[in-house]
Design a protein around this ligand. Structure first.
Ligand code: F6R
Length: 246
């Protein structure tokens, strides 16, 4: 694992945007795996800036988002569709046909999961997967479990995730109870992985991810078996690590 610790959220976001930018510059038809949540916000701002400055071109880029809530419409401002449109897609020249986000309103959710996974494979697999990490160690919405769920699936969100995500909703009763998520199998098949974490509330889980045992109770720990993972964190999230702050 390549671990980069930056003093501030702004710097870590710039570094993450630089890695994604380098991927797109080296392979203009890159397949990017994308995440939502508060952590990648600065990274997306950085990518938009590089696009506006004429340095990046997303015309041939394809994207696959990790997850989406079940039961909320794309136009709902809490949906991950809405987040991605608002923070990235509406601000760059990506082709709408190249954007993929699971459909949490599909009539047959099981079928939607299988089709999503197939589509990733048919596109050639993900070149670079961006990830955040939940306080409980989840990646995508692969929650702590007794096994690593490999396939794209429907997941009942854990109480700790519902609680963490309640900050985006008027009240915790409004947080959807389930979501579609890419499984750890699809994530591990990505050729490169970039995981971001920011803030002191992530310090314990980051420490466990780096030094703890690989176990399904900490889904992110499976990344230790991947051969191309970069972790970018700020100094607060890296408080439990021995590495030096850049
Ligand atoms: C979002 C996702 C989640 C988040 C994680 C961290 O698409 O897959 O795993 O990355 O919950 O969320 P934040 O960044 O809000 O702390």
């Amino acid at each position: 694992m390549n671990i980069l610790i930056y003093e501030t959220y702004e710097k870590m976001s710039q570094a993450a945007a630089a890695i994604i930018a380098a991927q797109v510059l080296a392979k203009p038809d890159s397949i990017l795996g994308l995440a939502t949540g508060s952590t990648p916000f600065g990274t997306y701002t950085g990518l938009v800036k590089l696009y506006k400055e004429g340095i990046l071109d997303f015309k041939r880029v394809k994207t696959f988002n990790l997850d989406e809530y079940v039961g909320i419409d794309k136009s709902d401002d809490q949906s991950y569709h809405f987040f991605m449109m608002e923070n990235l897609f509406s601000k760059i020249n990506i082709n709408a046909r190249n954007i993929n986000i699971p459909n949490g309103l599909a009539n047959d959710l099981e079928k939607e999961c299988a089709a999503y996974e197939k589509k990733i494979d048919a596109a050639g697999g993900i070149d670079l997967q961006l990830l955040g990490i939940g306080n409980n160690g989840h990646i995508g919405f692969n929650e702590p479990d007794v096994h690593f769920p490999a396939a794209t699936h429907i997941v009942e969100l854990s109480e700790s995730t519902i609680e963490a995500n309640a900050r985006f909703f008027p009240d915790s009763g409004k947080v959807p109870r389930s979501a579609i998520t890419m499984g750890t199998g699809a994530i591990m098949k990505s050729r490169r992985i970039l995981l971001l974490a920011s803030g002191g509330q992530k310090a314990d889980v980051v420490k466990e991810l780096v030094y703890g045992e690989v176990r399904p109770q900490l889904p992110a720990s499976i990344l230790r078996f991947h051969n191309d993972v970069t972790i970018i964190i700020d100094s607060e999230a890296g408080a439990g690590l021995h590495g030096k702050v850049i």
